[in-house]
Design a protein around this ligand. Structure first.
Ligand SMILES: [Zn+2]
Length: 449
């Protein structure tokens, strides 16, 4: 039997870390004990892995540690000799030692792996941060992972891989790494492009003033006039293409629908086939809660009900519109409303692992100090990120994405892509479609192999 012994303060947080790291990600059972100790000990047979305990150790007042402790300023990196393990030391020291003691083969790791994982998974840094961007979101430039250049690494999975190697050496029966999954997801903000005269006017003003393309303005005007007679040519009616592409990759398919008045009107009249088609392709309809829903329980409840009434069944998947999110309130509200999995965790401007994790895991309410049944499936790439900074060139984007995909596959995680139905519209998106094609063709090749 595997025994984990931890210090007896911060009991809910330590219990949460043990459950997520060992049970949910590695897949092994354990006996958790609390003792008068200053380190975390993982014991299997005659093998002992000792992890430093630096973050929670000096804290006396458990209820206020969230606001009184600040994220670290310096981050170290530990390369473990004769192995491929590279670990980020958010808390603790980048030290490592092997020795024998009292008949045990001991391995000491100076990184506080429990607290470092907790920092990433619970999104504690977002709770203590006072700064927000234009949309009230935690800015990526404040994120420790971005500032210290490890946003492209699923560091929690890296910790688990390290612990996993130890367990295997100690003779613990560790399950095989799962096969990586591809999630083809799409947020439907607008079911159709040509909705009202205002949507036409806005597009044409953009064509003339921003894109300086009169031909495009005429083309869009012609398409708008055609719209009442056929919805098949609407530039946002890309559902058929998306579902076929997703099916070829063998992906899990989720369409998150914003239950705006306009969308509900279209979905209940001209677009009744959409839900059937998603179901026929084995896809799932999720909720895309509106702009003000992340802090408003009433909005969330109403929007979920509207979508469920139309769909004729309960909705369990969700992603916030504009990725607006507040830690931990939004997670707690989603759970309360019957959502079982959220997939919002992402910085709009930069692809990567906002939670440091590419495996679905249980969320944690840091205010009420309890593990939630709600799971987070970290979003790893969103289409609109291609318009930011180094993402101007498709070639650069593909190389970066290849790195992200490679890591998800290495750790048997989930590569979650968001490509909006509106992001095939030729005027803006033609130049960016090679990125979409790159991802989809990678997973088609995988599915055929
Ligand atoms: Zn949206």
């Amino acid at each position: 039997m595997l025994t984990i012994t931890v210090p007896h303060n911060f009991v809910p947080e330590r219990k949460y870390c043990a459950e997520v790291l060992f049970r949910e990600i590695i897949g092994v059972d354990f006996d958790l004990q609390f003792a008068d100790t200053h380190q975390t000990e993982i014991v299997a047979g005659k093998h002992k892995l000792i992890l430093a305990d630096s973050f929670w150790k000096p804290v006396r007042d458990e209820d206020s540690f969230l606001v009184h402790r600040k994220p670290p300023k310096l981050i170290d990196e530990l390369a473990i000799a004769d192995t491929s393990h590279q670990l980020v030391a958010i808390y603790g020291q980048a030290t490592h030692e092997l020795y024998s003691e009292d008949g045990f083969e001991c391995e000491f790791c100076g990184i506080d792996i429990f607290a470092s994982s907790f920092f990433m998974l619970s999104r504690w840094e977002e709770f203590v941060s006072q700064q927000t961007d234009l949309h009230g979101r935690f800015p990526y430039t404040n994120a420790l992972a971005y500032r210290h250049k490890f946003l492209h690494r699923p560091i929690v999975n890296e910790y688990c891989m390290y612990i996993r190697s130890f367990l295997q050496r100690a003779g613990v029966a560790v399950p095989e790494l799962p096969v990586a999954r591809f999630f083809y997801t799409s947020d439907i903000d607008f079911v159709f492009k040509w909705r009202t005269a205002f949507s036409w006017a806005k597009t044409v003003v953009g064509d003339v003033c921003k894109r300086r393309d009169l031909r495009l303005a005429f083309e869009n005007s012609f398409n708008f006039l055609k719209a009442p007679f056929s919805k098949y040519t609407d530039p946002y009616n890309t559902y058929r293409r998306q579902l076929y592409d997703a099916k070829k990759t063998g992906a899990e398919i989720i369409f998150y629908i914003l239950p705006s008045k306009e969308n509900i009107r279209f979905l209940s009249t001209t677009c009744t086939w959409l839900f059937d088609r998603i179901e026929k392709f084995g896809g799932t309809v999720g909720l895309h809660p509106g702009y003000d829903s992340h802090l408003a329980n009433g909005h969330l409840h109403k929007e979920k009900k509207v979508l469920e009434d139309l769909l004729g069944k309960k909705v369990h998947e969700s992603r916030q519109h504009f990725l607006r999110f507040s830690v931990p309130e939004t997670w707690s509200m989603l759970q309360k409303r019957g959502i079982t999995c959220d997939s919002t965790m992402y910085y709009t401007e930069v692809p990567g692992f906002r939670t440091g994790c590419c495996t679905e895991y249980s969320c944690y309410d840091i205010v009420y100090r309890k593990k939630l049944s709600l799971k987070e499936r970290t979003l790893i790439f969103m289409d609109t990120s291609v318009f930011f900074r180094e993402w101007q060139e498709p070639e650069g984007a593909n190389a970066y994405l290849a790195k992200l995909i490679e890591q998800v596959e290495r750790y048997g995680g989930d590569f979650v892509m968001l490509w909006h139905n509106s992001s095939f519209d030729s005027a803006v998106w033609d130049a960016k479609l090679p990125i979409y094609n790159y991802i989809v063709s990678h997973f088609i090749k995988k599915a055929k192999a």
